[in-house]
Design a protein around this ligand. Structure first.
Ligand SMILES: Nc1ncnc2c1ncn2[C@@H]1O[C@H](COP(=O)(O)OP(=O)(O)O)[C@@H](O)[C@H]1O
Ligand SMILES: [Mg+2]
Length: 584
């Protein structure tokens, strides 16, 4: 499918409206022929011919036609406007749905500002095209042709003289469209870039301030701003160059009429009334010419936007739900990794991971930063697909499972907590918006969040998120934990979820997790031995590999990496503990 075909597929639904609009536009174009003709008749028959009783009916006719044209114009503008809003609504909807389907790899590469531009500026160019440009182009072409035909019926030679201008107009239109397209593309790219810059800086404004980098960012912004302005100016220069050419061409028509037409009246080849009629049609020839430059601009803008939106839209996610995926409403939570490896950008991230977990067991994962801990959880949720090996849940390969069903059974508190601009209750109930307040509260109690939430002036109704009350890192982690718990999942993943809470809170949360009645497989990623030492299975990761696995006792007895870490944290240097105390 080409971008244009894709666009027309949206227009199809509004075929009826578009045809109605086109019919009305045609009617208006046909009616435009009447008034110049009548004007000529008034001159010839009333003013010069003395048939005064024709004056009133003719003036009445003139007025009538004008009113009908006005009404029709209002109606078709309305029709095109509603059709354009409809097209835009459908397109925005479809593109957004696709954005939600895209996988992590897509978002890793894409800039937020670019994606935002697709949904705002580019969409608007399309709306403008459907609402305005389509009928103006159509009407201009019709009027131009009708006017020419009418002039031909008046006098062939005069019409032929006027046709001389056409090739020049066509050439100018061609050159302008060729030049303006790349300029618009550049324009759009710069706009996206500027958008991305502003979006990143607004989101990261705390970092900018903390490092006193305002001047530096301002300089960078000015560079982006400059680039955008220059791109705009360059694009404007192109139309500034061509619009006068179109203007001149339309004046040439006037001159031809006055010189050649005037000569013909004097020579008696045409009547004065006919000159007036042709003069009336001149407007119908001129107007399309004057607008041609703008229309080429708008069309070019539209084409660029459709291409940009389409190119984002067609990117297919690698991770896809199978056509007839296995659906099990409640998974038991058995997890197995078989020879799992994952590569991204030619880099081994995870290598040869093997482990097996029974439903209801707790798995602790420990290891240095960048060891691949979060990655194996991402593979379990199928945010990425393995490069080699299989991930099995309840004995079924996750690739064969319905993606949404799989994720529905997993509760995840991610390493970097994201809260929506919503109430705390809304954030916790995100996975189950229809649950009762008691359930929200129970989840909060389990995550040891109820205490601090109740102490807030507005309690569970406090708005958090980007611009909300500043919650501490540990508080956000606990809200995110409550959110994962409320889902009542078969598999619970806690990725570094208690790193910012004090030890006391952590052991409280651990005791609460043990109370989960349903069989729930729990993965705990942590740096503190205390967080995972009671786990049924502990995986020690380093450099993308599992270097040790077993229970706490087994690993301590083995005297490897884990045993050393244990001695460091509990033995000679209780460094971790003192540090945390200082933080809390
Ligand atoms: N999709 C990806 N593309 C490229 N690199 C990745 C990707 N996912 C993870 N990595 C890299 O793999 C390494 C392991 O990451 P991660 O699993 O997040 O480590 P951690 O053990 O700290 O959770 C890191 O160096 C990270 O930058
Ligand atoms: Mg991690």
């Amino acid at each position: 499918m080409t971008p244009m075909k894709w666009f027309f597929s949206f227009l199809k639904k509004y075929r009826g409206k578009m045809i109605l609009g086109i019919c009305m536009t045609t009617a208006v174009s046909v009616l435009s022929v009447v008034n110049p003709y009548l004007s000529g008749q008034i001159v010839d028959r009333v003013i010069q011919g003395g048939e005064y009783d024709l004056l009133l009916p003719m003036i009445g006719c003139l007025l009538g036609v004008t009113v009908v044209m006005g009404a029709l114009r209002f109606l078709f503008q309305l029709v095109f406007e509603t059709a354009s809003q409809g097209v835009l609504y459908d397109m925005r909807d479809k593109v957004y749905r696709k954005l939600l389907e895209e996988d992590f790899a897509f978002y890793n590469k894409k800039r937020t500002g670019d994606l935002m531009s697709r949904q705002t500026g580019d969409m608007d160019a399309i709306r403008h095209f459907v609402a305005y440009v389509i009928y103006v182009v159509y009407q201009s072409v019709l009027m131009f042709v009708f006017a020419l035909i009418m002039i031909f019926t008046v006098n062939t030679k005069l019409a032929a003289a006027m046709l001389l201008v056409l090739p020049f107009t066509a050439l100018t239109t061609y050159f302008q469209s060729k030049e303006v397209h790349p300029a618009f593309q550049r324009n759009r790219d710069c706009f996206s870039s500027l958008n991305t810059f502003v979006q990143e800086n607004v989101s990261g404004n705390r970092v900018v301030r903390a490092f006193s980098k305002e001047d530096y960012e301002m300089e960078k912004f000015e560079a982006e701003n400059d680039k955008f302005r220059n791109a705009q100016v360059d694009a404007s220069k192109i139309w500034m160059k061509y619009v006068p050419v179109f203007e001149v061409l339309s004046y040439v028509l006037n001159i031809i009429l006055m010189l050649y037409g005037g000569y013909m009246v004097i020579a008696g080849e045409i009547s004065l009334g006919q000159l007036v009629t042709v003069n009336g049609y001149l407007w119908m020839l001129n107007n399309p010419l004057r607008q041609a430059g703008w229309l080429v601009n708008d069309t070019s803008n539209f084409v660029t936007s459709v291409e940009k939106i389409y190119n984002t839209y067609v990117e297919e996610p690698d991770v896809k739900t199978p056509v007839s995926g296995v659906v099990k409403k409640h998974l038991k939570g058995a997890v197995e990794f078989r020879n799992v490896s994952y590569r991204a950008d030619d880099e081994d991230i995870v290598m040869d991971v093997n482990f097996k977990v029974e439903p209801g067991q707790t798995v602790g994962i420990i290891g240095s930063t960048g060891a691949g801990k979060s990655t194996i959880m991402n593979l379990l949720c199928r945010f990425y697909d393995t490069t080699e090996g299989d991930v099995l849940v309840d004995g079924v390969n996750v690739r064969d499972m319905d993606l949404y069903n799989l994720r529905d059974n997993i509760g995840m508190a991610m390493q970097d907590v994201f809260l929506f601009s919503d109430t705390i209750e809304g954030n916790i109930a995100y996975g189950r918006p229809d649950c009762s307040f008691e359930e929200v509260k129970r989840a909060a109690v389990m995550a040891d969040a109820n205490h601090f939430i109740s102490a807030l002036p507005e309690g569970y109704d406090t708005i958090v998120g980007e611009r909300g009350v500043g919650l501490s890192g540990g508080q956000k982690q606990r809200i995110s934990l409550a959110r994962a718990l409320l889902k009542d999942p078969s598999i619970l993943i806690l990725d570094d979820t208690t790193s910012a809470v004090d030890m006391e809170t952590e052991s409280y949360i651990q005791s609460q997790l043990k109370k989960i009645e349903k069989d729930c497989t729990i993965f705990v990623i942590a740096y503190r031995i205390s967080s995972i030492k009671d786990a049924d299975l502990i995986l020690v990761m380093d450099n993308g590999r599992i270097i040790e696995q077993g229970t706490h006792e087994e690993l301590v007895a083995a005297g490897g990496y884990y045993a050393t870490a244990f001695r460091h944290q509990y033995g000679e240097i209780p460094k971790e503990i003192t540090e945390r105390k200082g933080e809390a």
